[in-house]
Design a protein around this ligand. Structure first.
Ligand SMILES: N[C@H](CCC[C@H](N)C(=O)O)C(=O)O
Length: 287
């Protein structure tokens, strides 16, 4: 059985999107994530940071359920860049200027912004240690127990998924490929964590690089940009609205007075295609 997909990205954070609303897609976790890893493979698969599966839902007000799998096969509760892509797809489909969809982290609302950009209300940040989650009661404004390679004391924020934001003087100088995996799997994070290194450029601009849980270095991370703004505002380093300058481009993040985090940025549809039966056959995915 073959399967259609769309290849999309948000600032180079790229996705394979499968619309399973009318034809359910076998749950990738049936194969322990091996099917996801096959699809995400940059050599023998389509290649992506995350696989996104749109499922039908009876959740009130939701046009779909968005399921998120990282390239390593793990499932995630939120994906900001993919949320903009899904919001755009649903709005293109309906002809409306807004769309709502359910995720593991709750109901998200997307609207059209200027210059073809999309805004998604990513909901409130979760700031308590148990909501990140962390392994022990800790002040999430500075998690002292997390240190390696001269970096320590990140701010922990959950945006539907866990983030640890380190503030540094020079983001370009961070040996991300070396320290990223160490922090992703640090014992302080029982569900692992996405890792951000942020350099505050001004009260309204932050340069940020990211090591994503389950995907490694990506060109951009929407929830990571949200977490970075919240962390900077909590530390008093910026206001509650700033541009986050990522490798792939800029996202505008606002933490509103009523505790919602709004993320605005571009979306892109690269191509469509069909997954071959071989790509997800037992032989290829068995490991
Ligand atoms: N790696 C993340 C999921 C994708 C997040 C990112 N692509 C975004 O745009 O928010 C996690 O395991 O929580």
């Amino acid at each position: 059985m073959t399967r259609e997909f769309l290849k999309m990205h948000g600032l180079g954070n790229d996705f394979v999107v499968i619309d399973a609303r009318s034809e359910p897609y076998r749950n990738p976790m049936v194969l322990g994530g091996a099917e996801v890893r096959a699809i995400a493979g940059r050599k023998t698969g389509v290649g992506c940071d995350q696989l996104i599966i749109l499922e039908s839902t009876d959740a009130p007000g939701a046009d779909a359920f968005m399921r998120i799998h990282n390239a390593d096969g793990s499932e995630a509760g939120a994906c900001g860049n993919a949320s903009r892509c899904v919001g755009w797809l649903l709005m293109e489909e309906s002809g409306r200027d807004r769309a709502s969809f359910q995720t593991a982290a709750g109901l998200l609302h997307a609207t059209r912004a200027d210059n073809g950009r999309i805004t998604v209300d990513m909901g409130p940040p979760r700031l308590d240690w148990s909501a990140i989650p962390l392994a022990a009661p800790t002040d999430t404004l500075r998690v002292e127990s997390v240190e390696h390679g001269g970096f320590s004391g990140p701010v922990a924020v959950n945006m539907g998924n866990p983030h640890a934001v380190f503030f540094v003087d020079d983001a370009e100088a961070v040996p991300l490929a070396e320290v990223g995996p160490v922090f992703e799997t640090h014992a302080a994070f029982p569900e692992r964590s996405n890792i951000e290194f942020a350099q505050v450029l001004s009260p309204t601009a932050i340069r940020m690089r990211v090591w994503e849980r389950g995907a490694g270095i990506t060109q951009a991370c929407g929830t990571g940009a949200c977490a970075t703004l919240v962390a900077a505002a909590r530390r008093g380093l910026t206001g509650r609205k700033a541009d986050i300058l990522l490798d792939g481009g800029t996202l505008t993040i606002e933490w509103t007075a009523d505790d919602r985090v709004l993320m605005t940025g571009p979306v892109a549809l690269s191509f469509s295609g069909r997954l071959s039966a071989e790509l997800v056959s037992a032989e290829l995915v068995s490991e």
